[in-house]
Design a protein around this ligand. Sequence first.
Ligand code: G4P
Length: 524
Amino acid sequence: MENKIQDEINSRRTFAIISHPDAGKTTITEKLLYFGGAIRDAGTVKGKKSGKFATSDWMEIEKQRGISVTSSVLQFDYDGKRVNILDTPGHEDFSEDTYRTLMAVDAAVMMVDSAKGIEPQTIKLFKVCRMRGIPIFTFINKMDRQGKEPLELMEELEEVLGIQSYAMNWPIGMGKEFLGIYDRFNQRVELARPDAEERFLPITEDGGLAVEHPMTETSYYKQALEDVMLLNEAGNDFDEERIAVGELTPVFFGSALTNFGVQTFLETFLQFAPTPQPRKTREGEDVEPESEVFSGFIFKIQANMNPAHRDRIAFVRIVSGHFDRGMTVTVPRLSKNFKLSQTTQFLADDRETVNEAVAGDIIGLYDTGNYQIGDTVIGGKANFQFEALPQFTPELFVRVSAKNVMKSKQFHKGILQLVQEGAIQYYKTLHTEEVILGAVGQLQFEVFEHRMRAEYHVDVQMETMGSKVARWIENEEEVKESMAGQRALLVKDRYDRKVFLFENDFAMRWFQDKFPDIKLYNQL
Ligand code: G4P
């Protein structure tokens, strides 16, 4: 491979920011864009998110700024690196797509609200990252507000998430008394309210400030120094290899809103975030980014990007090689060739036609209904498929039927296609074969209903079943229908595997106590 392309690939850093709603993901994204030169000032984006099909928090930035931040992927350059940030929508936009996006990144940044600690959505997203063994960097946000004690937050990371941590820096005070951070990694103190140009103060070998400063007299500084000494003695060691495999998370404290600690975070993150990583084929072989062959996989299909055209865009994570506009690719599932002339890449200042992209980048292919989530696309003559994307355990369920029974053929066709595409999960009751749909987020049902009407001309009737705990069964042959009941519904999935839908965790535990021989398991 040419050196130039190799250098291009090595400059890529592709990651997602994971967090619970309101932790500050949109705010920090905006600050990162500002450092990347994509927007002019670092003010804040205010206002409530709106729009049923606004599938990205970034659309808010887009509206406020009058710039075109397309949903889903942002790209900017910083310090010789090309940064790709993939959106993981939260709020009511949370869906399986959010999980699948994590299959397309090489690292994750976990945003934590210092007052709230580790919240439910963060735990879910974290688990998916953990399963992949990708590095996870933690940013503890809102230090300009009164929050939990930093040591308590570090403990929470280890106890709730089960990941070890290394504090890259440590806050000096918080809230109104937030004076700055003690930067262990860069051996300096960064002041929150610097006088004149004095933003960084150096630290000596023994850990104290190398210069005189009134801050050293404050109880906040003394406390921070004491905590840092404790971490030096009893905390984990900084270990790049353990960070790379997701066993140790580097932790940064800061405030996205006041733009404090964000640039230091970005620079340190880019230093340790991985270059594009290889992916496995179904045969278990690694496809290296430097491979001559262009290859990638589709991790998301977004409909209704442009309501006027009813277009769909298939998002491809490039795994290897180099993409040129107009090239022909094969989709092995279909044994079919496609000429990729209509493609798009995602830059913060404009949604541009992409002419070139390399491993690590994300490109969007205009789709008229050919592609499916999980599809492999390959240039040239090679023929392989990447490992299947995992199926995630849904939590929300609805019973669904066509309003008009005469439309039942279109109804089943639409469901089949949307299920194959990965938009929604399919289940059915054992004998009556009533259709039950499962999702990880409510938005999936709304999109389903909308697309059934728009694309298949079927009005559907949905009866909510609420949230359920879904469990598959290792020893299906042992299951008797009499074990099922109101609180433990027995259904089949699209592969005809039996699945219990429990009313809640309590009902599941009760079942396990009563039928200890039935081995239940969870998908991701
Ligand atoms: P999200 O994308 O993760 O959902 O969070 P977002 O950035 O929208 O931030 C949620 C709220 O938290 C926003 O308040 C934002 O200004 C605030 N926020 C983000 N970072 C910080 C920080 O470092 N310090 C403080 N004090 N606040 C921060 P908002 O727009 O006023 O929303 P709301 O209060 O109306 O919910």
